[in-house]
Design a protein around this ligand. Sequence first.
Ligand code: PMP
Ligand code: GLN
Length: 393
Amino acid sequence: LNRRLAEFGTTIFAEMSALALKTGSINLGQGFPDTDGPEEIREAAVRALRDGRGNQYPPGPGVPELRAAIVEHQRRRYGLTFDPDTEVLVTAGATEAIAAALLGLLEPGDEVVALEPYYDSYAACIAMAGGTRVPVTLRPSEETGEGVTDRRFRLDLDELRDAVTDRTRLLLINTPHNPTGTVLTRAELTAIAELAVERDLLVVTDEVYEHLVFDDAEHLPLAAFPGMRERTVTIGSAGKTFSFTGWKVGWVTGTAELVTAVRSAKQFLTYVSSGPFQYAVAEALALPDTYFEEFRAGMRAKRDLLATGLTEAGFEVFRSAGTYFITTDIRPLGESDGFAFCRSLPERAGVVAIPNAVFYDHREAGAPFVRFAFCKRTEVLTDAAERLRKAFA
Ligand code: PMP
Ligand code: GLN
């Protein structure tokens, strides 16, 4: 293993999912739904396979039906317009989009400012591209509420400004944010946009949880802020929105120049992928608004169920305004090391979770936080909550 990758080892998701299997625990670690998405969309994939659509290499940028559907989705939801022929690229999930964006845009030695904690592939892909990561730590806000606290992880705008140097090439943003469940506010996004314009930075924004926002939170795409369309690569994914994480259909939108840079890297990574599934995702993106509303309402109920269970078990629960994750603080349980806690949790409670520290460069800043996924069936969440209450309350 080379020096660029040596520090990363095996991804935490593989390690924890294996632990769940081995111990027979409820897996609230890796974020994937335990129920497939809409039957009609699964049928659309079967039809594509049977009709021979996408069984051979699809076109490099993605099948025209899907590119048109992505453009229409961005227009309908956000009023953003893109040219389906030059400003859209279909990728092997958001994971490949992240990798190809960084490989296609960074020069060796470029600095990338990213919000910490960050999704684990960011650090590895920055390293593979020869870049240097500069983390800006999201920190819990001070206000407290009753029961499920109203605390959220906030971006310190001064820290963000201070992190930018003459070597900074791009900002790597993620909203709604994995693992904290934070949805960046209009004020935070405005500040990010102003900074990007002022310092002439590119922005890569991972918005795979765009449809998973709860209560009064609103997903605002960075590309829609003033001065941002020409400098922003936006990443989306069908995995989260339609509950088909195994299909690995993601996409990138941006200017022709930026999308060409991403595509230049992508063509040598996978070239193309997921042929028949691309046709099915094109149909999924065109589902009526009621699909998205019901999906969101269902996830919000799951969030509430797990948040209540975690609170009753004694965890401090941060408000999850988006994604399918809840971040907790384990210190009220008398614990302080999330790694040790997650390694012992299967034995103590029969539940698997993810230590947030794996998403930090400043490991100590993430030490007491543990992430639980709530994208599971009600009975599974009820069982997990009961096990946690029994073990800790
Ligand atoms: N970005 C974030 C923030 C994620 O949480 C995930 C996956 N859970 C991805 C990207 C990868 O998405 P995909 O499965 O489409 O590759
Ligand atoms: N993104 C998912 C999570 O955060 C996992 C995806 C993966 O295993 N790479 O849990």
